[in-house]
Ligand binder design. Structure first.
Ligand SMILES: Nc1ncnc2c1ncn2[C@@H]1O[C@H](COP(=O)(O)OP(=O)(O)OP(=O)(O)O)[C@@H](O)[C@H]1O
Ligand SMILES: [Mg+2]
Length: 148
């Protein structure tokens, strides 16, 4: 299933993230695609709020993985720097752990991804406007999109 939303502001994207966070079930995996500055980390901030996480989510670019504790733990990956080296680092264990994995630059981790996941693509339209396309792969993600 595919759903598209147009976000007219930063706050719109945060709100969509909060709704996604509310609907998240344990061990889900979301992959985030979009150019630099599209809003991947912004959406993740909203998702974190929806998971009841109090601390501020920042871009994990220099750390690859940040873990936040909430109703469900959030594993926020930024695989930008991992091209070709991901297997040696044991990230599978994190992706399969209890909680939600949100992965930016998942194309650098492609061998480690489960077959069922939610793909989130963010397209820059103009300064304040973004189009967000959500594609569900697997039944639990179809259900999530139906409720969104
Ligand atoms: N509708 C919108 N949704 C999301 N962000 C928006 C929107 N309008 C403006 N912005 C701005 O766009 C920027 C998005 O930055 P963000 O760090 O979330 O992007 P990113 O995709 O994670 O980038 P990177 O690839 O560098 O990690 C922020 O400065 C935010 O304020
Ligand atoms: Mg980012």
């Amino acid at each position: 299933m595919i759903k598209k939303f147009t976000m007219h502001s930063y706050e719109d994207t945060i709100s969509l993230g909060i709704k996604l966070g509310h609907l998240t079930k344990n061990k889900m995996v979301f992959i985030l695609e979009g150019d630099l500055g599209a809003g991947k980390t912004t959406l993740t901030k909203g998702i974190a709020k929806g998971l009841g996480i109090d601390s501020t989510v920042t871009s994990p670019t220099f750390t690859i993985l940040k873990i936040y504790k909430g109703r469900l733990n959030l594993y926020h990956f930024d695989a930008y720097r991992l091209e070709g080296v991901s297997h040696e680092l044991g990230f599978e264990e994190y992706i399969n752990q209890d909680g939600l994995s949100v992965i930016e630059w998942s194309n650098h981790l492609v061998d480690l991804l489960p077959s069922e996941l939610l793909k989130i693509e963010i397209t820059y339209i103009d300064d304040e406007t973004r189009e967000i396309t959500l594609t569900s792969m697997g039944e639990q993600y179809d259900d999530l999109l139906k409720e969104l």
